[in-house]
Design a protein around this ligand. Structure first.
Ligand code: BGC
Length: 449
């Protein structure tokens, strides 16, 4: 059978995030973060779930690394909990918290797995939120200082760094819609938060370069594909507004050193307080761009569609259905995202830092899950990725979301994105069919066409 082979050196991995898997929310001197506070507030999370215990990875880490090795992973993308390292967000360092990541990195290296560390996967220190959070300009310095401390400790061994994971979600779901922690609802604050996340990113990149470390540093952005509901100009314009207010905001800033025109033309509330030198700081060259891609959304003009005047609808390619949280299934969207990055942003090296899906997993008596639906999703998206590479997109690696089932933010533990099943009662890990399938993809550096 014909095979789709990826280039030599293509990096295959899986991803997780600290708050979603670690648990031990108070252990060894860890400080409170905004997700601790948010999940402990009433009626914020489905079923009242919290990340207090999650997958107990803080305790089970050595076993989890052994599991990764048994699945043939070449790289592991994890995030660092800011308040394990700095319980108050700044000032006193907590050696035990930092020590956990030190051991994790050593274990990964001993297992032949490349560590890929994200500094901010949403768990911002509560003490700093109380001082104003990301909408406060000082947050950029707080973040960069935290980054410097982590580079000092781990920079000699971690080959890949990301400053932020999906800063759009932090800024807009955290501060505009209030869906996510810290649950504020004020659009202008969200725009300032976005600007300060970007500033902090640029400052951290500077610290990384100054540290003399030899790895790569980049930023990870969420990037659905957006399709206009029709070719009518008002639908196309609505589609472009949604892109500019979300992905364009971050991509234009990092790669072109400016914000999309929308910010100055559409609404004053979209204007952050830009100081001289900010855009230069934000657009420091990065070594790669991380893309998290899940789905495609149809966007049309809607006169009652909020201030961006849009209506959204999940899109699935014909006959493909939706996943268990209602997201569409359209592999061609991944190819389109990558081509758009190639064309608009100078074809930077890209890693797919997240891609995956939740399906209604049904374990058999032994806890094994035949998740062929997930295999179908992953296979079709890897084909779409390969197509993009044939069209000249510079993609260097791929990380499945997620290594294991975990705390799915406002949804709690309902949706399962893992290729490994977690039995939350016993904390047993059971690789699903998709994990075995993925191990084979990695072994062959490709898949059946
Ligand atoms: C996030 C993950 C999340 C996943 C699935 C991404 O937006 O980075 O933390 O679990 O999507 O919703």
């Amino acid at each position: 059978m014909a095979r789709l082979i990826f280039p030599e050196g293509f990096l295959w991995g899986a991803a997780t995030a600290a708050y979603q898997i670690e648990g031990s929310w108070k252990k060894d001197g860890k400080g409170e973060n905004v997700w601790d506070r948010f999940t402990h507030s009433k009626y914020r999370i489905h079923g009242g779930d919290t990340g207090d215990d999650a997958c107990d990875h803080y305790r089970l880490m050595p076993k989890d690394v052994a599991l990764m090795k048994s699945l043939g992973l070449q790289a592991y993308r994890f995030s660092i909990s800011w308040t394990r390292v700095l319980p108050g967000g700044r000032g006193r360092i907590n050696p035990k918290g930092l020590g956990f990541y030190d051991r994790l990195v050593d274990k990964l290296l001993a297992a032949g797995i490349v560590p890929n560390a994200t500094l901010n996967h949403w768990d911002f220190p509560q003490a700093l939120e109380d001082l104003g959070g990301w909408p406060d300009r000082r947050s950029a310095d707080w973040f960069a200082e935290y980054a410097r401390i982590v580079f000092d400790k781990l920079g000699d061994r971690v080959a890949m760094w990301a400053t932020h994971n999906e800063p759009f979600i932090v800024a807009f779901l955290g501060y505009a819609t209030g869906d996510f922690a810290p649950g504020r609802a004020d659009y202008p604050s969200a725009v300032r938060a976005a600007h300060h996340l970007l500033l902090g990113h640029g400052q951290a990149v500077d610290f990384y370069r100054q540290s003399g470390c030899k790895g790569k540093i980049g930023i990870v952005l969420d990037h659905p594909w957006y399709v206009p509901a029709s070719s009518r100009p008002e639908d196309v314009a609505a589609r472009n507004r949604v892109f500019d207010a979300g992905q364009g905001l971050f991509l234009d800033a990092v790669f072109h050193g400016r914000y999309p025109e929308l910010l100055s033309t559409w609404s004053k509330s979209l204007n952050p307080d830009i100081q001289p030198g900010d855009m230069k700081q934000i657009s420091r060259p990065v070594d790669y761009l991380g893309i998290n891609h899940y789905s495609t959304v149809l966007i049309g003009f809607s006169a009652r569609g909020g201030f961006l005047k849009n209506a959204r609808e999940e899109y699935s390619a014909p006959g493909m259905g939706k996943n268990s949280v209602g997201w569409g299934f359209n592999p061609a969207g991944l190819t389109a995202v990558l081509e758009s990055i190639r064309d608009k942003y100078g074809n930077p090296p890209v890693y797919i830092t997240e891609n995956g899906t939740t399906v209604a997993d049904t374990p058999d008596a032994k806890g094994f899950v035949e998740d062929w639906g997930r295999v179908g999703y992953l296979r079709s998206h890897l084909r779409a990725l390969h197509t993009a590479m044939e069209k000249g997109c510079d993609v260097r690696g791929y990380f499945v979301w997620s290594l294991m089932d975990n705390f799915e933010w406002a949804h709690g533990y309902g949706p399962r994105f893992g290729i490994v099943r977690v039995d939350y009662k016993t904390q047993r890990r059971i690789p699903k069919r998709s994990a075995l399938w993925y191990r084979e993809v990695i072994r062959q550096n490709g898949l059946d066409e």
